[in-house]
Design a protein around this ligand. Structure first.
Ligand code: FBP
Length: 307
């Protein structure tokens, strides 16, 4: 299948990248049921590390098997599958050339204090090359006391990944410091987090869907002055996409804790209407039985395909 005009347009937003990086971005954009549309649905399964296996896989014990998730991603027609090193090593050879992989390169557990997170580096660009990955993934926590160390880590990793033709995905989750729980998903804070990820050189930026709250007074003053409205999810997504280089970076939104199908699809419709590029949905897919997880992921894809 040749590249569609939309995928060519998206690739043109990355003029400094070498052919290897562009080929890997194209691989992800040209895989699965959304191939060629410029939209993406990615399956992320790092929650076993981040939240622990019981909370994560207990609701659907088939998910304790790392191969389950690679199968789910392929059966549903996802653009890519993201996981930490051990989980990818256990399943990386199942679908060579069929399922683009993203190696999640840093992770934290939830056994320590969660307030000032600074994940450990748990894999390398060399691992990503060995496993045939299209991209590396990295979480930053803007707001955390350790954010500057993490920004330095991703600077080095991104330089190495790009030199080796591998794309960079940054999960950007505001947390810690002076942020309240409500502030972590405030629309101005999410927009700021997405912007930081773009400034750090991410090809794909991943953030949580924002709420209508504006957390910071200095932002509210400016936004009120220009009459910004954040009543609908679509309004808020549009703002986040604008903050991420005026839409010249792929921005995808996470699924969050398990919720019912109607709530997931409602949120996805807002993301689509606001010009978001897709979703990265873990718990809401793999915590359902296989057939139900496939069905939900495909319903999400249908929204992005405009069906
Ligand atoms: P979910 O769809 O399960 O929310 O997965 C997206 C994700 O970014 C995972 O990659 C990550 O483990 C998780 O969310 C982190 O969630 P939280 O910040 O709530 O711990």
């Amino acid at each position: 299948m040749s590249l569609t005009p939309r995928v060519r347009e998206i690739l043109s937003w990355y003029p400094s990248d070498n052919p290897g990086v562009k080929a890997n971005l194209a691989r992800m954009l040209m895989t699965g049921r959304l191939a060629g549309t410029g939209k993406m649905v990615i399956l992320p399964v790092d929650q076993g590390f981040e939240h622990g296996p019981d909370r994560t896989f207990g609701p659907n014990p088939a998910g304790y098997d790392p191969c389950y998730h690679a199968n789910l991603a392929v059966d549903a027609g996802c653009n890519a599958y993201a996981a930490p090193l051990g989980q990818l090593e256990a399943a990386a050879d199942r679908f060579p050339g069929v399922l683009p992989l993203i190696l999640k390169l840093n992770n934290s557990d939830s056994l320590g204090g969660p307030t000032q997170p600074w994940p450990a580096i748990t894999g390398s660009v060399g691992d990503a090359l060995r496993l045939g990955c299209s991209a590396v993934g990295f979480t930053i926590y803007p707001g955390s006391d350790h954010r500057n160390e993490a920004y330095g880590e991703i600077r080095e990793i991104a330089e190495e990944a790009k030199a080796n033709g591998i794309a960079v995905v940054i999960w950007s989750y505001p947390r810690g410091g002076g942020l309240t729980k409500e502030g972590e998903t405030a629309v101005d804070v999410v927009a700021y987090a997405a912007h930081i990820a773009a400034q750090l050189g991410a090809h794909i930026v991943k953030v949580k869907p924002p709420t209508a709250t504006v957390a910071r007074d200095e932002n509210r003053k400016v936004l009120d002055k220009v009459g910004a409205k954040f009543d609908t999810m679509a309004d808020r997504i549009r703002h986040v996409v604008q903050a991420t280089f005026a839409g010249r970076r792929i921005v995808v939104f996470s699924g969050g804790e398990a919720k019912d199908t109607a709530a997931v699809l409602d949120e996805v419709r807002g993301i689509h209407q606001g010009g978001g590029f897709g979703s990265i949905v873990g718990r809401n897919s793999f915590q359902r039985k296989h057939a139900d997880g496939v069905q939900l992921l495909q319903q999400i894809m249908d929204v992005y395909a405009g069906k």
